[in-house]
Design a protein around this ligand. Structure first.
Ligand SMILES: [Zn+2]
Ligand SMILES: [Zn+2]
Length: 377
């Protein structure tokens, strides 16, 4: 008998298990029951699988438990905050909730990774990177991730073995393979690609911080890994809050329009969110648009905002201080070491500039009023 293939180093554990179930027909080894442990943590197979299940699955397929534990998110990203993962059904429970669905990760995919797998005659598999809430792109191919079939728009899929050829990721709506990229992505121009590159730069920095490593100090000076994660999460929360009117689309995020983030469609009007962790449940279009806004705000280079949002837009940080809830912004600034001193300085300078401009505008309108009353005399 052929020995069972080891997991790929960047594979999700449930992807490896699905591949084994396809390989050994008629023998279906179930994902473990997702349970809360005594410390109140959800024991998801891809993050912290229950030890007994891990042992059983390794016995079943003859793979050492250590090589399976090695690819879990808990091992690769120890201490990853759960809101930095993408969820179909999030694991966050408020004290008022008693019933909620079992937590389930949300998977996006890179059509070019899948196409490469197929061309190389190797089985399709799900990369760990595809379930991060801060992944809008494949970093290898610099290519937008998709979470629906480009042919029929269906979100549901499965790994499936054809009569011949390697395992493929197949749409459950139209049963076509998912290597097909959305046509509008294929015709993206150089400007769009430049925007993608900017967002990928941020995603790489956040992925580094999620592994506990200090971000590149050339780009994020005086910023620790935790501070970068706090900044991304807090800016996200501030940009989806609605405080200016009751209109659900009157949120700061909609001031940042970057069509390259939503190829082929008009930039959508995003709705406000009162959910606990909006980052963890955002659609892929909102995720990419949000990451472009966060990149514009965090990057001190003025040209970054121009590439992303257009030549004539004000600097992204100025739009930020002018559009978000002032009290909430102030709380974040005053929270001890929550944000990096470099970012706090930039926010404070932008706030000062805004107040100064408001004073000048006020003065000018007064002078104009005096001028017109003098003219009447
Ligand atoms: Zn890829
Ligand atoms: Zn389909």
């Amino acid at each position: 008998m052929i020995p069972p293939p080891a997991p790929f180093p960047d594979e999700l554990l449930t992807s490896w298990l699905a591949r084994q179930n396809c390989r050994v027909r008629g023998r279906v080894f179930q994902d473990p029951e997702v349970v809360l442990d005594r410390r109140g943590r959800w024991r998801l197979p891809d993050i912290h699988p229950p030890a007994a299940w891990l042992k059983a699955v390794s016995l079943e397929f003859g793979v050492p438990p250590s090589s399976l534990a090695e690819i879990t998110i808990g091992r690769r990203h120890p201490g990853i905050p759960l809101d930095f993962l993408a969820w179909d059904a999030p694991p966050f429970q408020t004290e008022h909730e008693t019933l909620r669905p079992i937590p389930r990760l949300h998977v996006s995919w890179c059509t070019r990774c899948l196409a490469e797998d197929y061309a190389a005659g190797q089985p399709a598999y799900l990369r760990r990177h595809w379930v991060l809430a801060v992944s809008g792109f494949c970093h290898k191919h610099k290519w937008p991730l998709q979470d629906r079939c480009a042919a029929c728009g269906c979100f549901r899929w499965r790994l499936s073995a054809a009569a011949s050829g390697p395992l493929r990721m197949i749409c459950r709506g139209c049963w076509r393979p998912l290597e097909r990229a959305a046509p509008e992505t294929l015709v993206a121009d150089q400007n769009a690609v430049n925007c993608w590159d900017h967002v990928i730069e941020l995603e790489v920095a956040v992925a580094t911080a999620l592994r506990g490593r200090t971000p590149d100090q050339h780009r994020f000076n005086f910023t620790s890994a935790d501070q970068l994660l706090n900044e991304v999460r807090d800016i996200w929360q501030l940009l989806v809050g609605h405080h200016r009117s009751w209109a659900r689309t009157d949120i700061p995020l909609n001031s940042y329009v970057c069509p390259a983030m939503t190829p082929g469609s008009d930039p959508p009007e995003f709705h406000s969110s009162d959910k606990l962790h909006p980052m963890a449940i955002a659609s892929i279009a909102m995720r990419r648009s949000m990451l472009s806004a966060v990149k514009g705000i965090l990057d001190p280079r003025i040209e970054t905002g121009r590439v992303l949002f257009g030549e004539h837009k004000p600097p992204a940080i100025e739009t930020f201080v002018a559009s978000v809830d002032e009290d909430a912004l102030q709380q974040n600034i005053e929270a001890m070491k929550r944000w990096s001193p470099a970012f706090v300085d930039r926010v404070v300078v932008a706030q000062r500039g805004r107040r100064r401009n408001a004073r000048i505008a006020d003065l000018e309108s007064r002078i104009a009023r005096i001028g017109s009353s003098l003219a009447r005399v």
